[in-house]
Design a protein around this ligand. Sequence first.
Ligand code: Z5A
Length: 230
Amino acid sequence: MKMTELIKKFRPPAFPGSYILSLEGIEGAGKSTQIVKCKEYLESLDFRVLVLREPGGTSFGEKLRQAILSSSAEIHPVAELHLFAASRAQLLTEVTLKELAVPNTIIIYDRYLDSTLAYQGEARGLGFETILNCHSSFPLTLVPHLTFYLDIPASLSQERQKLRNSPKDYFEKQGAEFYQNLVAGYNKACELFPNRIVRINGSQNEEGVFEEIKSILENLIKQKYETTEN
Ligand code: Z5A
């Protein structure tokens, strides 16, 4: 299927008053840090908030996560793509769609489709069309209502990884070029989905990053109340 036709297939699920958000970015961009802050903030506004991580989030998905991230063998990019898609489909049906049916729920994804576009599509060289074609059947056509892309340069990612000083996983062992390609991949994803993905300057301090995210969340919530009142 052609790219223009393909893109039209991707839509957020329609559950009144409930939303999916996702946070994206290269390693060390600050996704986990900001997710904690978002959850706390949204709960203070009486939303029911669930955080899910990809790959993972179900017992099947966590086994896939372990298999990928601890792999000492090189995994073929097509195999990687299908493993991430399998974990995603399971998480959507086993958890996300059921939980979203409860009104006032916000599900925050720590990585989603844009990670596959950047990692497997760009850095692993499969191309965006291959990734989107693989996701062109339900439930994989579901996308978040809003995605925050925490934009940091590859050099800052390496610095933050060094500071953390933990053993490197499968992807963290890749070289500098891989990280440059990831940044290029995220930039392309932002161009492809300009209404869904909001770019945030992730090089600021934690509070600065959260202030930007919070102001966008405030707008989303305001819209929700305006829609409910009309
Ligand atoms: N992957 C894929 O290839 N395809 C797919 O479709 C999907 C995933 C879904 C999952 O790894 C791997 O799977 C991932 C892509 C691949 N690659 N890797 N590796 P993961 O979930 O284990 O790892 P991660 O998502 O990259 O998490 P991370 O490295 O922990 O990054 P983060 O959550 O964005 O960052 P953080 O933990 O919030 O912060 C990192 C450090 O920086 C920490 O010490 C913080 O205190 C510090 N930090 C955070 N924000 C700031 C600011 N603003 N200033 C200064 N310091 C900060």
